[in-house]
Structures are given as C-alpha cells and as structure tokens.
Design a protein around this ligand. Structure first.
Ligand code: EPU
Length: 435
C-alpha cells in the first residue's frame, strides 16, 4: 500500500511540539544490544519509525526477544545468536549494516548481504570492511554478501579515510571485545556517536572519546545489561523549526539540545530568522522573508546533509540567491526537480545548487524520493499556495514519527491518504499494526 500526504498550504503553523528520540542514535544503540549474552538492554525514547521496526525485525530474526511500547524498548539477547542476516530486511534499510561489527565481535562471524546503492548515492561500506580486516577479520564476498569471520579480533590503529558515521559505529562496536587497545582516528563526531559510546560504556565497555575524532577502546571480556535514553532527534527538531519559519508561524519545539543544532541556528540567524533559544527548546517567531544564505554540508559539527533538502525548500522562498553545496553524499538532489515543479527556481551544477528565491511556491503533485527529500516537499507544500500532494510518503515514515499528526497539532491542514485501492488501514491504524 502506498500513501500520499495532501497539504492545503499557506497556513502559518502555531503551537508547541516535542522532538522525538533520534532515529540515527536509536538504530546503532539497538544494534549494540547484540554484544550482550543472556542480558537485556532497555532503551527509552525510541521513536516509532519504519527504520526502527526494520531493525527490531532484524534483531528478532537473529534471536533477540523484543518488547516495544510507547517509546520504551527492551531487547533481550539469548546465549546463542544467529549470525546470518536476512536479505529481505537488510535490503530494506542501509543501517542494517550496523549489525556487522557487533555480530563479528560476539559470534566470531557474520553474513551480511551487501546493501546496494540508494537514491542519495552509492553509499558503499568499504571503510567498515577495511577497518574490520585491520582488526584481523577475514572478509569474503560470496554471491553479493559479506562473509566475515574472526578468531578473536585484535586491537590496532585504524585511520578512517572519511569520518563515516556508520563505519565509526561498526568499528567501535567490533572493538569492544578486541584484544588490547583499538585506536580509531578521523572518526565521525556526530552526537549520535557519543550516544553510542555512552551506551557501550554504561554496558561495561572501556572507551575514551573526547569529541576530537580519536576514540580509544580497551577490549573487555563481556558487557552487561543496562538502561539508557536516546538523545533528541536534531534533524526532526530542525525540520519543525524550518516548518515554522517557512510558513511564517510561531512554534516552540521542545526536547532539543541546542548545541547539537548550532550549525542550523547560525545559518538561520544569518538569514534573518527570528527565534529564541532556551535550555532545551527553540521558539520560532514569525518573520516576513528570509535573506539568501550559502552553505556546504559537512560531517558534524558542519552543516548536516540530513537538513540540506529542508533548508533548500526554505531558502527557495528567500530574497536573493543561495548557493548550497552537498559535501557528504554523491547525489542528494532528487528533491530539486520536485521543488521546481512547485515554482522554485533551483539550478544544479554538479554537487552545487543555486537557489534563486521566488515570492511564492504553488501547490503541485510531487514525489518523495527519500526521507529528507520527502520532508522538504512537505515544508514546501505547507508554504505553497493551493494544494500539494506528496506521493510515496512512506519514505517520510522511516524518520518522522506521526509527522501528519504533529503538523495537524500545529494547525497544518495535512492528511495522509492511500494512493492505491481502498483499504480501511489508514494513518494511525497502519502504523499501530506495524509497530
Ligand atoms: N562512505 C564511503 N564508504 C564507507 C562509508 C561511507 O564511501 O564505507 C561515504 C558514503 O557513500 C557517503 C559518506 O561516506 O557519501 C557518508 O556516509 P556515512 O557512512 O557517514 O553515512 P551513513 O552511516 O551511511 C548516517 C546516517 C545518514 C546520514 C549520514 C551522514 C544513520 C542510520 N544514517 O549514514 O542519515 O545522512 O550518516 O550524516 O545514522 C537520514 O537520516 O536521512 C540519513 C540518510
């Protein structure tokens, strides 16, 4: 079943909403549970998202017993685990590759069908595999699947050619039981990495991480069950901040760690947005029109690639020309042609988009090609004149919990409807069933 979001645009959003727990922190933390033996990891503030459900299904397939209700998840890992991951689940979500490191560390072997390319670029996992090989794993590719084996991983020094988030997480988890010391250099420094480090440390791992891109791990023999909380989702929070700005609304977004969103707040200030930052929240006040600003996406603490499409939608209505460079992914511009269908004036030159602000976007039928592109089109639809339908809205459910309901709470006139023959399973009902 496919769905679209129908949006009646032009209504300023008003009110207060709370950001969910971070998708990109919850997924690696869930994968880390595989390092346990006969123990339970309890996780608070787990967002109800398709990617979380996929990861839960994957862990269950490997032998985990999972209970999940109202954001509380407990994952019990038995003595014996399977190490062969099912292709149908791995292909659904690239973050499935995060089970490779923990499985190898815990079981001494793992089979992972190679996740292919996706709509935001080729996204290989060569850095993950190179690092695991340095730790002593034997990696073979058999019929498109990674077969990894290790007779005890060994601590070593690994310099990442690029500060990949997934490679840092996988190697971190693999190193927890490695013999001696592992030093990871040029690691990703995203807040989600720190959340994983804190989780592993709470479970008994010995790790030093100070945010400089060097992480030291001393191998231990076992980990124990724990209870931890997922950090707030900085990308979801910023998407609602931008939704308030693009509609000229007044919205308070709570459950924010302001330091995590500095790069966006700095750009918004430069663009003339009006907002107040408090300890754990941001209040957006209305402004007429932003000024154009230029930016380049980079690994944290640089401007996040996961906000590039939403910021582009917002700047498509700014005064002047903004230049947006994508510095993390090979091609993350599939939203450009869709925004242009709505009257935006965006030109692409390689990995750079020149966004000439227009005074008004006009509602249209557009396609969400991936999660953040979908969010960008929803923002554009909220601001546009007339009605917009964003098709394939399922992409958005991978990362935004109840986005239609949250927007409705803020006064947005949005509705999710099936685009295929009729079913009684609409909105909440489907999600409830899937959860
Ligand atoms: N890369 C390689 N080789 C590797 C690993 C990465 O060339 O072995 C390249 C990728 O192709 C890409 C770049 O490095 O061009 C960044 O990839 P990275 O590994 O850092 O990203 P990821 O771990 O696959 C996570 C998030 C993404 C987010 C990126 C960058 C999760 C589950 N996913 O992906 O989130 O865009 O980091 O910040 O944490 C999203 O939420 O919409 C999303 C795509």
């Amino acid at each position: 079943m496919d769905y679209k979001m129908k949006i009646a645009g032009g209504i300023p959003l008003h009110g207060k909403i709370e950001a969910q727990g971070a998708k990109n922190a919850a997924l690696p933390v869930m994968a880390a549970s595989l390092l346990l033996k006969d123990a339970t990891l309890r996780i608070h503030k787990v967002p109800r998202l398709h990617d979380v459900i996929t990861m839960a299904d994957l862990l269950r397939d490997l032998g985990a017993d999972i209970f999940y209700e109202k954001g509380e998840m407990s994952i019990s890992i038995p003595e014996e685990l399977s190490w062969e991951t099912p292709a149908n689940l791995v292909r659904k979500m690239r973050a499935s590759s995060l089970v490779l490191g923990p499985l190898l560390a815990r079981c001494g072997r793992a089979i992972l069908p190679l996740p292919g390319g996706c709509s935001i670029g080729s996204r290989p996992i060569d850095l993950h595999l190179k690092g695991l090989s340095r730790m002593g794993a034997t990696i073979d590719l058999v019929h498109g699947a990674v077969h990894a084996t290790a007779n005890g991983l060994k601590g070593c020094r690994i310099y990442l050619d690029f500060p990949s988030v997934g490679a840092t997480e996988n190697l971190l988890m693999a190193a927890v039981f490695a013999q001696g010391e592992t030093v990871l250099e040029n690691t990703a420094r995203e807040p989600e990495i720190t959340n994983l480090v804190q989780t592993l440390k709470a479970m008994g791992a010995i790790i030093e991480e100070d945010g400089t891109g060097v992480i030291r791990i001393q191998g231990v023999d076992e980990l124990h069950g724990e209870e931890i909380t997922v950090i707030p989702d900085r990308i979801e929070a910023c998407t609602y901040i931008l939704a308030a700005i693009i509609t000229g609304g007044e919205v308070e977004v709570t459950n924010i760690i302001p330091q995590h969103i500095d790069s966006l707040l700095a750009k918004l200030e430069e663009a003339g947005a009006n907002f107040t930052v408090e300890q754990d929240r941001v209040l957006v006040h209305p402004v007429k029109r932003l000024k154009a600003v230029s930016l380049k996406t980079l690994p944290y603490p640089g401007f996040p690639t996961d906000l590039q499409p939403q910021v582009m939608a917002t700047l498509s209505l700014a005064e002047g020309a903004s230049v947006i460079q994508e510095g993390v992914f090979q091609s993350r511009f599939l939203h450009v042609s869709e925004l242009n269908k709505m009257g935006a004036k965006i030109e692409l030159q390689g990995n750079t988009a020149v966004v000439t602000g227009v005074e008004q976007l006009i509602g249209a039928d557009v396609n969400a090609t991936d999660l953040r592109a979908g969010a960008a089109l929803i923002l554009a639809g909220l601001a546009a004149k007339d009605e917009t339908s964003v098709f394939h809205i399922g992409h958005v459910w991978r990362g935004y919990e109840d986005m239609d309901i949250k927007l409705q709470q803020l006064g947005g006139r949005v509705e999710v409807i099936p685009t295929e023959p009729l079913s009684t399973k609409v909105n909440g009902a489907v999600r409830k069933e899937e959860a």
